[in-house]
Write a protein that binds this ligand. Structure first.
Ligand SMILES: Cc1ncc(COP(=O)(O)O)c(C=O)c1O
Length: 377
């Protein structure tokens, strides 16, 4: 018998209740029943985003929501500021360049997070920038950006703040309206606890003015069209992924039942335990300011984490992630976002210890597990 566990930082494990909801008979998307489901799902997402604005559901992965955040905000030739400190921060640069923006790319190392001081300086040098594009939780390094502090800088200027919150929504509290964030993009397969396939986006009132005036060509991801169809009876412009929306509604109901504060506190505890285990195993963190949805750790000298990850998956049924970009083969990323319990995290740490030992790394037996259990209390 073999059981599989996913401790990848997306896609993540999906609750059985959600899988069963997906398996219910199909309904047509142009029905009152579906419109109500869509509206309730959007309302649930509003709570996770911390906004009164509608959260639009895009049939596409998180990157579709990111692309929507570019094509609806930036006209060709607009200047944007990006702060790439990882694979997904770099995606903003690629999207900006792909759609003809003048991209000012701040110099950050992977593992760092954009600081308010860096944002302020960039805005002083480029007051004409249309938007700063940043990443709340950088999944390639496990670093968290203090969004509230960055928004405190941007909201006093005409430059918008657009954020990839794909691996932070449902993990960290997000207060879009209170902080003054203008655009938030998200995806379904991480803290939102459902399979990949949906993108989410919300837009502040002042950003809507920009969206309306934006001259970029757009069609499938045209937020003006989405807003129109939403206002005309909670519909999407095109055919909806009915089963995924149903899954998302169920997952949001489960999160409400647990209580959002408890969901965030659970992630904080899991992250604390994973960090304690890493320290006990004498493996350093990649991130200077670590996020709570994943823990990215440097591998011991000489261990190829691509091979280690495959070994743990194939032999022990536990899947983690290796590194991306120049960190490929060098780091291990343990996802603990979404549907992960404390007991499952202990299992992940135990298997990591087993894998490391198989690859010749020496440490006090059970040091990681003991530290994690102690951190969990
Ligand atoms: C922070 C972040 N941004 C963007 C993406 C890309 O999302 P998707 O693969 O759903 O398009 C991911 C997914 O790995 C992510 O973690």
């Amino acid at each position: 018998m073999k059981k599989n566990y996913m401790f990848t930082p997306g896609p993540t494990m999906v609750p059985h209740e959600v899988l069963l909801a997906e398996a219910a008979p199909m309904i047509h998307h142009r029905t009152t029943a579906f419109s109500e489901m869509l509206a309730e799902t959007s309302r649930g997402l509003q709570k996770l985003f911390g906004t009164k604005e509608d959260v639009y559901i895009i049939m596409g992965s998180g990157t579709a929501a990111m692309e929507a955040a570019i094509v609806n905000v930036c006209s060709p030739g607009d200047k944007i500021i990006c702060a790439p400190a990882g694979k997904f921060g770099e995606r903003w640069v690629e999207l900006g360049e792909g759609f003809g923006c003048e991209v000012v790319s701040l110099e950050l190392e992977w593992g760092q997070s954009l600081t308010p001081g860096q944002a302020r300086k960039a805005l002083e040098e480029h007051p004409d920038a249309r938007a700063i594009y940043t990443t709340h939780s950088e999944t390639s390094t496990g670093a968290l950006t203090d969004l509230g502090a960055i928004a405190a800088v941007t909201r006093r200027t005409d430059t918008l703040l657009a954020v990839d919150a794909i691996s932070s929504i449902g993990v960290h509290p997000c207060k879009m309206d209170e902080w003054g964030v203008d655009v938030i993009a998200c995806g379904s397969q991480k803290g939102c606890m459902i399979p990949p396939g949906l993108g989410y986006i919300a837009v502040s009132p002042r950003a809507w003015d920009v969206v309306e005036a934006c001259s970029s060509p757009r069609y499938y991801l045209d937020l003006r069209l989405m807003r129109k169809r939403w206002a005309g009876g909670n519909q999407t412009p095109f055919t909806s992924a009915v089963t995924l929306v149903r899954a998302q509604k169920k997952a949001l109901d489960m999160m409400q039942e647990e209580g959002l504060e408890n969901v965030f506190a659970r992630h904080e505890r899991l992250a604390g335990a994973a960090r304690a285990a890493a320290a006990a195993l004498e493996l350093g963190l990649v991130a200077e300011n670590p996020a709570n949805g994943l823990t990215a750790i440097h591998a011991p000298e000489g261990i190829d984490t691509g091979k280690l990850v495959a070994h743990m998956r194939d032999n022990y049924g536990v899947q983690m992630a290796g590194g991306q970009g120049h960190l490929k083969g060098k780091i291990i990323r343990i996802g603990h976002m979404g549907y992960v319990s404390e007991e499952e995290l202990i299992l992940a740490i135990a298997v990591l210890e087993k894998g490391l030992r198989d690859f010749g790394y020496e440490f006090d037996p059970s040091a990681g597990v003991d530290a994690a259990m102690k951190a969990l209390g």
